[in-house]
Design a protein around this ligand. Structure first.
Ligand SMILES: [Mg+2]
Ligand SMILES: [Zn+2]
Length: 184
């Protein structure tokens, strides 16, 4: 079984834009490609996990998610980096699109996206990491016995002010990768 680093998308891998619904708002940080490539080279599976409640709310087309992930994939590949899987939750209990309006097991901090990835890619979740800009990203790591890292980009700027005991908080994704690569 492989170890994985799960990356939150908006605010972590990409700049935060409230409800990304257009490719012009799919914007990498200057270090995004290097961060993913370093994880590839270290032998981690790299998996994107993202809550996309904008789909349930009718703000984001459900087909846009695949479009955005293909775009991300292409840009990463040009830089010699690779994402091994993309997972998203389109649900929200207070949505406006009936099909996606419900409680579910895949909206972080529920671990559905991680469990699906583990089944698909044969991952060892207890030896894996989640990097994200919300405490729900850290919580989803803890829900499966893995370790979470909060970044101070996106919503992490505010979230980091609520310093939780024993939490790992770093400036951004490249700092999170540096921290992960130092762990035994
Ligand atoms: Mg985020
Ligand atoms: Zn869901």
């Amino acid at each position: 079984m492989r170890r994985a680093v799960f990356l939150d998308r908006d605010g972590t891998l990409l700049e935060e834009h409230n409800y990304v619904a257009d490719l012009k708002n799919v914007v990498f940080f200057p270090y995004t490609i290097d961060a993913v490539r370093l994880l590839n080279q270290a032998g981690f599976a790299v998996v994107v996990i993202t809550n996309q409640s904008g789909i349930a709310r009718g703000i984001v087309r459900s087909s846009f998610v695949a479009e955005a992930h293909a775009f991300i994939d292409r840009k990463l590949r040009e830089g010699g980096a690779r994402i091994d899987g993309y997972y998203h939750c389109p649900h929200h209990p207070e949505g406006s699109i009936a099909e996606f309006t419900r409680e579910c097991e895949c909206r972080k901090p529920k671990p559905g996206q991680l469990r699906q990835a583990a089944a698909d890619l044969d991952l060892d979740l207890q030896r894996s990491f989640v990097v994200g800009d919300r405490w729900s990203d850290v919580d989803v790591a803890e829900a499966v016995g893995g370790r979470g890292v909060l970044v101070r980009t996106g919503y992490g700027v505010q979230a980091a002010r609520e310093d939780r005991q024993a939490a790992v908080i770093v400036d951004n994704l490249i700092a999170a990768v540096a921290w992960i690569l130092r762990q035994p």
